[in-house]
Write a protein that binds this ligand. Structure first.
Ligand SMILES: [Zn+2]
Ligand SMILES: [Zn+2]
Length: 340
């Protein structure tokens, strides 16, 4: 993921007006650069939307950035995270320790955090290696793809469902369930100000990773969910978007339509590729055929793992549309296009 434009304004704390501030919190070693954490004024103390990566440098940027706009991290009354990823939920626990704030997230991501907490003792590595073999990765790659994982985020105190109002006295901040990037991703609609905090769901230039985990699941369709979630955002109208990465932009509905179009084209290109290759292919073989931001042979193994997850999500979406069929095998699952 690379950005075409990095406006300076987003790289320092900003007063966005209407009792909303943004604070960029660095993600060390990640090309995304930073997470935009937002603070919303409330009589009980500010509520944060996301918290940033769990790292001392990030904590300095968050607490210092809040202070720079006149807010005190020890006065924070709550942290609502858009999804469980470490660049969003990572620091929520430390904010809670410093302030006594509650942490809220969607119940589907809360369930994943509980699962990650249970699997934090090494059980996960064996599970992942088995999944990579079934996807057709060779044994050398299996060892290389399974990289280091950050510790699971803090367990939330409150679980949200679609349509719930976040505890923010005097204002209306509503959870809009937008699954796809994660099963429990939410956007947050500040209804009294026509603003939408979009998390990673809708970003101005890049598109979020949408994968499937484990890769060969056939009981969920994250890409199908993601496309439906784009329609949900489109239907909210031309709100101002406050995303978690890149920069703030107007008319979230127009961008949602554009991203949907991008994925429809990508699905159609993949279907056309599969039609030309009638023999059943593994997820790994399909991922190697698709277009990424650099040639497959040059993708470092952990990024190949991400790409395979994305290829798998596209295959699953085509299967759900009746355009692709899976062939279970003893070694690996394979896919082929259906005549249409
Ligand atoms: Zn994310
Ligand atoms: Zn993110």
């Amino acid at each position: 993921m690379k950005s075409r434009r990095r406006p300076y304004a987003e790289q320092r704390p900003q007063d966005l007006g209407g009792g909303v501030w943004s604070v960029p919190v660095p993600i060390p070693g990640n090309p995304l650069g930073y997470t935009l954490v937002y603070a919303i004024e409330s009589p009980r103390g500010p509520v944060l939307v996301d918290a940033g990566w769990n790292h001392p440098e990030a904590w300095e940027a968050l607490s210092g950035g809040l202070a720079a706009v006149g807010l005190d991290v020890s006065a924070v009354s709550g942290v609502v995270v858009t999804h469980f990823h470490p660049d969003h939920a990572g620091l929520a626990g430390q904010v809670r320790e410093a302030s006594g704030a509650w942490i809220a997230m969607h119940q589907s991501d809360a369930a994943l955090v509980r699962l990650m907490t249970e699997y934090a003792d090494g059980k996960h590595e064996a599970f992942q290696a088995d999944m990579l073999r079934r996807a057709g990765a060779d044994p050398g790659e299996v060892r290389q793809v399974a990289g280091e994982r950050p510790a699971p985020p803090a367990l939330p105190d409150r679980e949200l469902r679609d349509g719930d109002l976040v505890d923010l006295p005097g204002r209306k901040l509503r959870a809009v369930h937008t699954p796809g990037h994660t099963p429990g991703h939410i956007c947050l609609h500040l209804e009294d100000a026509d603003r939408l905090f979009t998390g990673d769901h809708v970003l101005p230039d890049i598109t979020p990773h949408v994968g499937i985990y484990p890769y060969d699941r056939d009981d969920v369709d994250p890409l199908g969910d993601f496309l439906d979630s784009l329609d949900r955002v489109r239907d909210l109208g031309p709100l101002d978007a406050l995303p978690a990465h890149e920069w703030i932009f107007p008319d979230v509905a127009a961008r949602a339509v554009q991203i949907r179009h991008h994925h429809e084209e990508k699905l159609e290109r993949l279907r056309a590729l599969l039609v030309q290759r009638p023999e059943p292919l593994t997820i790994w073989e399909v991922a190697a055929m698709m277009t990424w931001n650099r040639p497959w042979d040059e993708l470092p193994p952990p990024l190949r793992g991400m790409a395979a997850g994305e290829a798998a999500a596209h295959l699953r979406a085509l299967e759900a549309r009746g355009q692709v069929r899976r062939v279970p095998g003893v070694d690996a699952v394979r896919f082929h296009a259906l005549d249409s």
